[in-house]
Every structure is written in structure tokens, then in C-alpha cells.
Ligand binder design. Structure first.
Ligand SMILES: [Zn+2]
Length: 364
């Protein structure tokens, strides 16, 4: 290992020879300092204030140099110090690089290993159909309105022109909240049996003209079976303005049915009865699956009964302070699960609510 020699004389030749020997030792030791520990030893050996090689050449070469040679020796010692600093910096970068390499090696990821599959979620089929319906009406300028699922008798029945003894108010159909006998009938709470209360709430909130659709959950006191569920979804629509006629109702629903099922479906309107519309109709469409020939979804009839509709009964306008002399309007509503069952050929409504992945994955 290199150690600093005593200078024999201070002639330029001897000085150059000693400097060259020191430089080549410095270079060799710098190359050998490959990792952090070796670098630390290398730097101490050369730079230490006490007995480092650079301080040794100061003491052994520069200090004892006679006056005339001091300048020569000083220049060489300074050049050697600069060279040593460069080598030490270079060795430090190499040592840090090798530490980095080791770290990278330890953290190597095998990109050929198969990854973890995370299945993407998709919309529930009922929500998918609901969103399609909303989309059709939003494009016609309707806005979406929502309301509470626990309603008062007033909004669910009274303001919708249900007479006090109407059978729909019977516990046969309606799920009432218990323990409200002390309340006036119109304030008693129940689970809404249709989304129509949202129409009343919307008219209370908005000045005419009104165009809203009301999607949401509704509840009936029905035992669950293949076609009934105590909870299901409805979507209703309401349009109120001046000069709204039955022709507007027909045109709107025809356009909506064409958007949903294609332009070849025909609509059929038959008289019906709802307390809050007059006249009222049941609307059927020609079967979009068989084109009217008869198949399973249409029960071989060629027609599918899809929704109820009608012109808003003027009595309903009385409840929301709308001028029945100036305004007219129409309303319509349909069950979303029924539509989804038909569209996806599902024969049991309960499938939508079981949460069985084998069923739901078919819609992914
Ligand atoms: Zn059919």
C-alpha cells in the first residue's frame, strides 16, 4: 500500500516523479473503493486532518522545502489536492450507485407473473333500465325530481284525489307506519305506494310550466312471488303547461317508446281509471320481440301492457294552487322491474333482489 516517501531533493524531476507515484496510487485506490464502506476508508486514508495522505504531503514535502523550492513544491501539492478531491467525488458517486443497484436488485418485480384481476362493477339491471328511461325524457327537456320514501297520507293519497274510502287506502295494499292513531289522517306516515307524491311536491315547489320525471322506490303490502315484490321501482312523468292536450300525451309516449324499443313499435291506448287523471288510459306497445306474432314475453298476445297515463284531473291542480282554468297537463307512470324483466327475459322479479352474483354477472 502506498505511503508518502521522503523527498530526496527538490529538483523538478524528483518532484514530478513523486507526484506521479502518488497520483497513480490515488487512482488505483479510488477504483478499488467500490461500496460505501470501502469508500469511507478510502476517504479517511486520504483526507483525514491527522495523518491523512494529503496532510502528510503538506508536512513532509511542503514544510521542509527550502525557500527557493517552496513555490514549486506548493504548486504540485495544490494540484495533487485538487486531483484527490476529484477522485474522491468520483468514488463517492460510484459507491452510491452500487448501493442503488443493490436496492433495485432486491426490489425487482417479476413482470411476467400474472396480475390480480379486479372485476369492474356494472350497473344493476334495474338501474340500467331506469337510467335509460331517464335519459329518454331528459332529452325531451324533463328534469329529474325525487321525494321521500316515507310519505304522509296527504301526499300519497289525499292530494292525488283519492277519496277517503278508496280501496287503495286499505291496509291490504299500503304499508302504514305503526303507532300514529293520534295523528290526523292526512298526517299519518306510510311507505309511498307510488312515486306520484313527488308530482304534488314538484308542483308545490315549481311555477308552471312543469316537466319532471320522478324515479324511485315504492312499497306495497304484497307477499313476494315471481311477479310481486313489497318493494319495486317506478318512474312517473308529469307535464303541465297551457294548452296541453291528449295529443301531447300520445306524442310524448310514442316518442319515448320508439326511443326505448325502436321505431317499429306501435302504441295502443285503452280507457282506464286512476283517481288523479281524467281521462285515464292503459298504454300497450306492440311486442318488440316478436313484432306482434306472439311469443313468451308478450304471452302470445302480440301486445305488452307497459304503463298507465292520463290527463291530470283538475281537482289535483286545486291542491297545489294551480289555475285549472288556464292549465292542463298529463301524467304517466310505469314499473321499472316489469320492463327489465321483459327486456332481459327474466321470469322471476325476486332475482333482482337476491344479490346472487351468478344472476347479476350476466349483466356485466
Ligand atoms: Zn311477443
Amino acid at each position: 500500500m502506498y505511503s508518502v516517501p521522503k523527498l530526496e531533493d527538490y529538483s523538478p524531476a524528483s518532484l514530478d516523479k513523486a507526484a506521479a507515484e502518488l497520483l497513480s496510487a490515488l487512482e488505483a485506490e479510488s477504483q478499488a473503493a467500490a461500496d460505501a464502506k470501502a469508500f469511507e476508508e478510502f476517504r479517511n486514508r486520504w483526507m483525514a486532518r491527522k495523518n491523512g495522505i494529503l496532510s502528510q504531503i503538506n508536512d513532509m514535502w511542503l514544510k521542509p522545502a527550502p525557500g527557493p523550492s517552496k513555490r514549486d513544491v506548493g504548486q504540485r501539492v495544490n494540484a495533487l489536492k485538487t486531483a484527490a478531491e476529484e477522485r474522491i467525488n468520483a468514488a463517492q458517486s460510484r459507491a452510491a450507485g452500487s448501493a442503488n443497484d443493490a436496492k433495485l436488485k432486491a426490489e425487482t418485480v417479476d413482470i411476467s407473473l400474472p396480475g390480480i384481476l379486479r372485476p369492474l362493477g356494472v350497473k344493476h339491471p334495474v338501474l340500467r333500465v331506469l337510467d335509460e328511461l331517464i335519459d329518454v325524457f331528459v332529452k325531451m327537456g324533463y328534469s329529474v325530481a325525487e321525494g321521500p320514501e316515507v310519505e304522509t297520507d296527504y301526499y300519497n293519497f289525499e292530494a292525488l284525489n283519492f277519496p277517503p274510502n278508496h280501496p287503495a287506502r286499505d291496509t291490504q295494499d299500503t304499508l302504514f307506519i305503526s303507532g300514529q292513531e293520534k295523528r290526523a289522517q292526512r298526517d299519518r306516515l306510510l311507505l309511498r305506494t307510488h312515486t306520484s307524491p313527488v308530482q304534488i311536491r314538484s308542483m308545490e315547489r315549481l311555477k308552471p310550466p312543469v316537466r319532471v320525471i320522478c324515479p324511485g322506490k315504492v312499497f306495497r303490502n304484497d307477499a313476494p312471488d315471481a311477479t310481486h315484490s313489497p318493494m319495486f321501482h317506478q318512474i312517473e312523468g308529469l307535464c303541465v303547461d297551457t294548452n296541453i292536450t291528449f295529443g301531447d300525451l300520445k306524442g310524448t309516449l310514442e316518442h319515448a317508446m320508439h326511443s326505448l324499443f325502436g321505431s317499429s313499435v306501435k302504441t295502443s291506448f285503452r280507457p282506464s281509471f286512476f283517481p288523479f287523471t281524467e281521462p285515464s288510459v292503459e298504454v300497450s306497445i306492440s311486442c318488440p320481440f316478436c313484432g306482434g306474432k306472439g311469443c313468451r314475453p308478450c304471452k302470445q298476445s302480440g301486445w305488452i301492457e307497459l304503463l298507465g297515463a292520463g290527463m291530470v284531473d283538475p281537482n289535483v291542480f286545486g291542491f297545489v294552487n294551480y289555475d285549472a282554468q288556464k292549465l292542463s297537463g298529463f301524467a304517466f307512470g310505469m314499473g321499472v322491474e316489469r320492463l327489465a324483466m321483459m327486456k332481459y327475459d327474466v321470469d322471476d322479479i325476486q332475482q333482482f333482489f337476491y344479490g346472487d352474483m351468478r344472476f347479476l354477472e350476466q349483466f356485466a
